[in-house]
Design a protein around this ligand. Structure first.
Ligand SMILES: Nc1nc2c(ncn2[C@@H]2O[C@H](COP(=O)(O)OP(=O)(O)OP(=O)(O)O)[C@@H](O)[C@H]2O)c(=O)[nH]1
Ligand SMILES: [Mg+2]
Length: 246
């Protein structure tokens, strides 16, 4: 790039201005692309953080367990769970033996779960820091939100990418009801398709509504009963991580 003209202001200090009435940050590069909010590649070598949110009982913990089983051998992995009053989900994951118990941290939110993943993320950031200190070189931290409603999404200050899990039991209307979880999450998972026929949920309607609401963003339908390793979601997670040559 050609050298820029002298940026000094009258007081002799360089404030990054360049003579057209406004100030850019010191390293501003007008030719650089805007940062992609959906790019999960972590900065500075820290662990990639993936949030898993969605309504109560949709299968967030079951998906977290499946990802631990499938990816736990190949990745340096840890989990943070969120529950309102208990440590139920962390206890479940520890008991299920999906990961070394010390790789699982529980946050008790004490209030609406979305507060702890969106508004005041301190407790979750502390839990992630704790895990990163305990396990240097972590590749991935999965943060499971407490069950909430269709408006609950993670702050981009907490996670690099987020998965929103809905299930068929709520009826095939759920995707078209929208809300930021359905429309903006980096991945929408429609879970429990094995029981769709029992609740009269039409999978064609659910998937076409989901794609209509989300544009190019991906949608995965799955049953953790039929495919307990969550292969499609595991592949999606792998696609977010820096390529490693084992
Ligand atoms: N049939 C069927 N049941 C499932 C599936 N995935 C999860 N479940 C069951 O659904 C129930 C709720 O699953 P969880 O993983 O605890 O749901 P959750 O979203 O973590 O729930 P909260 O954290 O309480 O909001 C459990 O009994 C699971 O075994 C699935 O694909 N098919
Ligand atoms: Mg759970």
């Amino acid at each position: 790039m050609p050298a820029e003209p002298d940026h000094d202001d009258h007081d002799g200090h360089d404030h990054g201005g360049h003579g057209h009435g406004h100030v850019h940050p010191v390293n501003f590069d007008p030719t650089a692309a805007e940062p992609d909010p959906f790019d999960a590649a972590p900065e500075g070598g820290r662990a990639c953080r993936i949030g898993i949110g969605g309504p109560v009982g949709s299968g967030k913990t079951a998906l977290t367990a499946a990802l631990c089983r499938t990816l736990g051998e190949e990745l340096n992995l840890a989990v943070v769970t969120n529950d309102i009053y208990t440590t139920e989900d962390a206890d479940y994951l520890r008991k299920a033996g999906v990961l070394d118990p010390s790789r699982i941290e529980a946050v008790q939110t004490g209030a609406c779960p979305h507060t702890a993943i969106r508004d005041d993320i301190t407790a979750n950031l502390d839990a992630v820091d704790e895990l990163e200190e305990r396990f240097p070189g972590l590749d991935l931290v999965i943060i499971e939100s407490g069950g909430d409603n269709l408006t609950a999404v993670f702050s981009r200050g907490l996670v690099d990418s987020q998965v929103f899990v809905v299930d068929v039991a709520g009826g095939d209307k759920v995707p078209r009801k929208g809300g930021p979880g359905v429309t903006t999450a980096d991945l929408l998972v429609i879970n429990k398709i094995d029981i769709a026929h029992l609740v009269g949920a039409d999978m064609d309607v659910m998937t076409s509504d989901a794609h209509r609401m989300r544009g190019e963003l991906p949608v995965i339908t799955q049953s953790l009963v039929d495919t307990p390793g969550a292969p499609a979601v595991s592949d999606w997670v792998r696609s977010l991580l820096p390529i490693t040559t084992a």
